[in-house]
Write a protein that binds this ligand. Sequence first.
Ligand SMILES: Nc1nc2c(ncn2[C@@H]2O[C@H](COP(=O)(O)OP(=O)(O)O)[C@@H](O)[C@H]2O)c(=O)[nH]1
Ligand SMILES: [Mg+2]
Length: 275
Amino acid sequence: MSVQNKSPRILLLIPAYNEEARIGPVLVEYAKYFKERYAGEFSIVVVLNGCEDNTLGVVQAAQKEHPEIRYLNYEEPIGKGGALIEGLHHFYEADYIGYVDADGATQPPAFHDLIKHRNEADCIIGSRWLPDSVIHQPQGSRRRFASRCFHALVQGLFWMNIKDTQCGAKLIRRDAIEAVLSQLTLADMAFDINLLYALKKKKFTILEIPTEWTDKIGTKVVLGKTSLVMFLSVMRLRIIYSFFYKYFDFILSPFSEWLYKRLAAPHRKFKGHES
Ligand SMILES: Nc1nc2c(ncn2[C@@H]2O[C@H](COP(=O)(O)OP(=O)(O)O)[C@@H](O)[C@H]2O)c(=O)[nH]1
Ligand SMILES: [Mg+2]
């Protein structure tokens, strides 16, 4: 088999915060599915942070049965985005790095679909808003309304023309991740915007494909607070990518640090545009 045709090595990241009730079956399903069907090397890294429940015990139990499951455990509340950024710093030997939610909203076949499209773009993302998307259980109406408002805001600020930036299922080539890693700074749920915009700025290609998705009970999203933090984060990102950022960074950075602390939201310093 030539090197080009060889199956790629895939690393799947799963951010997890207080997921003892949801993550166990998801880990087992992913491990079994990819062991049976996938010829390449497939490994999972769960990134836990600040869990107050037994998520760690559940992950360790799954790891005993399936050694391809590993984990990183942070005591500090680094947020979903922070967990993914830490996970992305540990590429291990992967050619592609992807992520999904811990709740099983994206089932293994839907993640496998992203892998199947890997040669068509640098980043493949699942979309719940394309005509062929299959949604078994939609989100509630308030959540969908908030999500569409957020989408309009993101489109107005960044003009990425992506229909669904927030779907938890994404797959990115290793070299694309490496090129943007130093620009990843949003530690909350708006992390995806940070990733996608950094990729676009570096001229990497992004392909949206219809996905199969099921909303699960037990969401970690607290609509009012999460929406406010995501709003602040995309505004912060817009400023970071504006031409005047370098002149005002000395005021803006301490201010945003202070504001996120007041909101008890995860915050990371922006490290710079160059990788
Ligand atoms: N590590 C970590 N993961 C988080 C945090 N908040 C949410 N997550 C994870 O992010 C994913 C998405 O959260 P979820 O509740 O499924 O959001 P929803 O599907 O948008 O309602 C899940 O895997 C959560 O466990 C956090 O503060 N830290
Ligand atoms: Mg979810």
